[in-house]
Design a protein around this ligand. Structure first.
Ligand code: ZN
Length: 171
């Protein structure tokens, strides 16, 4: 009886350490982001991260001022993401889209979406976060839909391999 209990405890510990445990006991993956180079858009970057933190449980975005998994900057071009692997890379807030009237928080959560393993899907639907600029400037929705949330949950539950890719979000 004692031996069986010991084995069960060991199995749980092993599952936790390899991240294979599924269900409510699973520890979330924490990804750090540094937006100190995002200038006037830092609040929008934080809101985009907060959207994801409220939407999924398998991954958490945590702000840092030091070395980070994700670096966020801004420039005068189109917003874009440079994904090196799942949860790793950088994205750029681009004032070309902001000046045209695209919502800065939606841009932020969209670009974080790329870092969380989501591709562009230019459906034109405002209910889709990854439709990006195709939904038009009237779209202010910063939230992923149920399918996008489920996809991110699965990406981090399974630690899927995401190939290096650049996403340019020109309208
Ligand atoms: Zn995109």
């Amino acid at each position: 009886m004692f031996l069986r209990k010991t084995i069960a405890v060991l199995a749980t510990t092993a599952a936790l350490s390899t991240g294979l445990l599924v269900g409510t006991a699973q520890a979330a993956v924490t990804l750090t982001y540094n937006s100190s180079g995002a200038g006037q858009f830092q609040a929008a970057v934080d809101k985009g991260a907060a959207v994801w933190n409220a939407s999924v449980t398998n991954v958490k975005l945590q702000k840092t001022t030091g070395r980070a998994n994700i670096t966020v900057t801004w420039d005068t071009g189109w917003p874009r993401a440079y994904v090196s692997s799942l949860g790793r890379g950088r994205w750029v807030m681009g004032t070309q889209a902001v000046n045209e009237g695209h919502d800065v928080v939606r841009i932020s959560s969209h670009e974080f979406g790329h870092l969380l393993g989501l591709p562009d899907r230019r459906t034109g639907l405002c209910t889709d976060l990854m439709s990006g600029a195709s939904a038009g400037t009237s779209c202010k929705n910063p939230n992923p839909n149920a399918k996008e949330k489920a996809e991110v949950e699965a990406n981090f539950r399974q630690q899927v391999t995401v190939k290096a890719e650049t996403f340019v979000d020109a309208a």
